[in-house]
Design a protein around this ligand. Structure first.
Ligand SMILES: C[S@@+](CC[C@H](N)C(=O)[O-])C[C@H]1O[C@@H](n2cnc3c(N)ncnc32)[C@H](O)[C@@H]1O
Ligand code: SF4
Length: 388
């Protein structure tokens, strides 16, 4: 019986392999398959998912913002926009998430969404605080091809939300944006809440409130003591006991509302899986200066996408990069959320490490050492050369 099953799977795999070879022969990339994802993912030539932090420019300056997005950042120079879209399009990702910063505050948002879709990206998503998401802006986003939208709403009342967002009418506007977005058809519409000491006990009411509004996907991710989130962790970060109760609440809510997808995002598991196991990697990010970022939560960037194709960086071996001594050192340090706050490369005092994997001495160092000072020197010269 088991033998039969094994033979069946082997036949299916052979079929998939043949299909993949035909597609490759036609110059197309291999499509991910739900059932045999792992077998296909080791053949990926580029990421399926690209979180592109186009800019940290924002209209808020939230107390918890992990990447220091802010209102006083200058408008980004869009000179490289066409090149970046070209680079992304040619590696054929399945989903590009425009992260920030606040996407609705960026001049070229609509154009970028449309151009990514024109280049064949099936899903283009944003996460937004909803403040500028008027009915008209939402309809235009959909018309330009946006498929997926997530609204950050941090609690069930204005006080809880404003504790993080610091803008008095931000809650009211976010709720109105969710209501307006619900009148439009999306591949996925979700809301997300960052747990704090004040709002963590509201999880069930939060799920009820949005379920009654018609939202079907509700996401939570732990408070990360990173960036401004580290500065304000003492006041905001929930206790372990509060998280324990919260997880029971999520379980109860899932039982009470089985048709709602209650989503718990773990920001750290990918660091462990990709650095210390053979798990296949299917996502890499792009930072605002156009460098490839393995993870938004460890300060290392590995090549300038303006100068190199994303597939060429992947061809170096994405697992080789994740398993390099330096990346293992940085990722291994972050074994729990609290450890995000005291990383060895201090995001308050120094830039993220920038290592050009196409420069032979830098590549050699990446493959052989985890000496931070070696990489700090490379970073200084890469930044001084203006390549970062
Ligand atoms: C960086 S924001 C960018 C999108 C948009 N400006 C917004 O706030 O929705 C993306 C998501 O990260 C969440 N976030 C920011 N800092 C965080 C932290 N320290 N811990 C957990 N989530 C955080 C935000 O609440 C938001 O849901
Ligand atoms: S969390 Fe979002 S809205 Fe708040 S500062 Fe960061 S990017 Fe801006």
């Amino acid at each position: 019986m088991i033998d039969e099953k094994v033979m069946e799977i082997a036949d299916e795999l052979a079929e998939l392999q043949r299909g993949a070879e035909i597609l490759e022969g036609e110059g197309k990339s291999i499509t991910w398959d739900q059932e045999h994802g792992d077998e296909l993912m080791c053949n990926l030539k580029g990421p399926l998912q690209i979180p592109w932090m186009y800019s940290r420019k924002c209209i808020f300056s939230c107390s918890h913002c992990y990447n220091f997005s802010d209102t006083d950042l200058e408008e980004k120079d869009n000179a490289d926009l066409g090149l970046m879209i070209e680079r992304i399009g040619e590696c054929q990702p399945y989903n590009v998430c425009l992260c920030g910063g606040e996407p609705l505050a960026w001049d070229p948002l609509f154009e970028t969404v449309a151009r990514l879709r024109d280049r064949g990206v099936p899903l283009v998503s944003i996460v937004t605080n909803g403040y500028l998401a008027s009915r008209d802006a939402l309809a235009r986003l959909r018309d330009h091809g946006l498929t997926t939208i997530q609204f950050s709403v941090d609690g069930i009342d204005a006080e809880s939300h404003a504790e993080l967002r610091k803008v008095p009418d931000s809650f009211e506007k976010a709720l109105r944006a969710v209501e307006d977005a619900l009148t439009i058809s999306w591949q996925d519409l979700s809301v997300c809440m960052t747990p704090t000491r004040r709002n963590i006990g509201q999880a069930k009411d939060y799920i009820r409130m949005f379920a009654e509004m018609g939202v079907r996907h509700i996401r939570f991710q732990p408070y990360m003591p990173l960036g401004r989130g580290a500065l304000n962790a003492a006041q905001l970060q929930p206790s372990d006991e509060a998280y324990l109760k919260f997880h029971f609440d999520l379980y109860d809510a899932q039982v009470a509302w089985p048709d709602i997808f209650v989503d718990w995002g773990d920001p750290l598991e990918h660091l462990w899986f990709y650095s210390f196991t053979e798990a296949n990697c299917w996502s890499t990010g792009i930072s605002p200066n156009g460098w490839l970022e393995l993870s938004p939560y460890i300060p290392v960037r590995l090549g300038d996408i303006k100068a190199h194709r994303i597939e060429d960086i992947w061809a170096k071996g994405i697992k080789t990069l994740w398993h390099s001594p330096l990346v293992r050192r940085l990722a291994g340090h972050v074994y729990c959320t609290d450890a995000l706050a005291d990383q060895e490369v201090d995001v308050f005092k120094e830039p993220p490490l920038h290592i050009d994997v196409f420069d032979p001495p830098q590549w050699e160092a990446l493959m052989t050492t985890d000496d931070l000072d070696v990489f700090r020197r490379f970073t200084a010269s890469n930044l001084a050369a203006g390549s970062a």
